[in-house]
Design a protein around this ligand. Sequence first.
Ligand SMILES: Cc1cc2nc3c(=O)[nH]c(=O)nc-3n(C[C@H](O)[C@H](O)[C@H](O)COP(=O)(O)OP(=O)(O)OC[C@H]3O[C@@H](n4cnc5c(N)ncnc54)[C@H](O)[C@@H]3O)c2cc1C
Length: 331
Amino acid sequence: MDTILFLAFTESDGSLAKAALEALGAAASLGAPLSVGLVGASLASASRQVAGCSAARFLSVTGEEFAQSRYSTDAAAAEAIARAAEATVVIAPASVRTNRAVPGVAHRLAGAIDTHVTALAEGPSVTRWYYRQRMEAVLTRTGRPWFILLESGCHAPFAAASGEAVFETVSVTLPPLRTTVTGVRSPQSGEQTIRPDAPLLFVAGAGWTKKQADGQTHPREAEELILGFLHKTQASLGGSKSLVDLSGEGEAVLPFMTHLNQIGQTGATPRHPKGLSTCCHGEEPHVVGWRFITERRAVNLDPNCGWSRGKADVLYVADAFEVMRKLNALL
Ligand SMILES: Cc1cc2nc3c(=O)[nH]c(=O)nc-3n(C[C@H](O)[C@H](O)[C@H](O)COP(=O)(O)OP(=O)(O)OC[C@H]3O[C@@H](n4cnc5c(N)ncnc54)[C@H](O)[C@@H]3O)c2cc1C
C-alpha cells in the first residue's frame, strides 16, 4: 500500500495558503497512511491548520534560509523531508515554489512527477489535461516515489481545527548559496490584478480601446471603469489577446494589462465560478480559456458576436462603457 507525504511551503506569516490546504484535503481523502512535511521560515499558524489531519508524522524544515523561494534551498528542504518521510507518493500544491523545485527533487530520488494535476482518486490515480485543455486523461504510475503537484481550485480545502501539531525537525545540509533574493520585481505595471481565488473573472477585450459612437477612443475612461470595478469587487482581471498585445507594444492603452492577463488558447485557463466579458468578441481561441468558468456573461454591442453562439449563458447587447458606469455606481 502507498504511503503519502503532503509537502508544502508556508507563507511569510507562517500560515498555509488556500491552495496548500486544498492539496492537503486531497491527500487526506485518499485514505492511505499520511505524513505532513512543511518548509518555511516559521510554522506559526500552519501547525494549527494541519493538526486535525490525523497524520502519523509531522516533519518540518524551518529557518530564515527557507523564507524565500530559491531553487537550491527549496529543493534541499523538500528532498530532506521526502527522504525522512519515506513515502511512496508525495502530494504538493502547484505553486511558484513547488513547480520550480519539486521536479528536481523527484529526479534526485529517482522518482516520477506529474504536474498540473486537477484531480486525485484512490489508487492513487491523477487527472490532468492535455493539448491546451482539450483532452482529459486519468493516469496511474508504477514508479515510486511519485510526486504530484495539484492545481489550485480543484479540491475543497482541508479544514479541521484540532490543537497544534508537534513537528519532528528534519536537518538539511545546504549547498553553498550563490543566490541572494533581494526582492520581487513584478511585470504588473501597477497593482496585482490576477486573483486566482476571486469568485469573478472580469475580462476586458480590445473594444475598450476602439473608436466609440462619438468617433473617439476613450482609454482613460476605460481604465477608470475597469479599475474602479476591480477595486469594488476584487474580481480577477483577464484580457483578450488583442488587448494585451496592444498594451505590450507600449501604446497608450490600458497600461495595467500584460500578457499574464491573457485568457485563451495561448493564454491562461483560470478557474472562477463566474465570468463577465466586456468589449471582447468571444472568438474560439479566446473562449477556450473559459473552459473552467462555470457561469458566463458577456457585454457586447454586436448581437452576432461569438458569445451569442452558445458560448455565454447571458449576452447583454449593450455599450460596455454605459453598463460598467452604471454597475460601478450601483456598487
Ligand atoms: C493560434 C491563435 C491563438 C490565439 N490565442 C488567443 C488567446 O489565447 N486569447 C485570445 O483572447 N485570443 C487569441 N487569439 C486571437 C483571437 O482569435 C481573437 O483575435 C481575439 O480574441 C480578439 O480579441 P477581442 O475580442 O478583444 O478583439 P476584437 O475582435 O477587436 O473585438 C472587440 C469587440 O469589442 C466590441 N465592442 C467595441 N466597443 C464596445 C462597447 N462600447 N461595448 C461593448 N462592446 C464593444 C466589438 O463589438 C467587438 O466584438 C488567437 C488566435 C490565433 C490564430
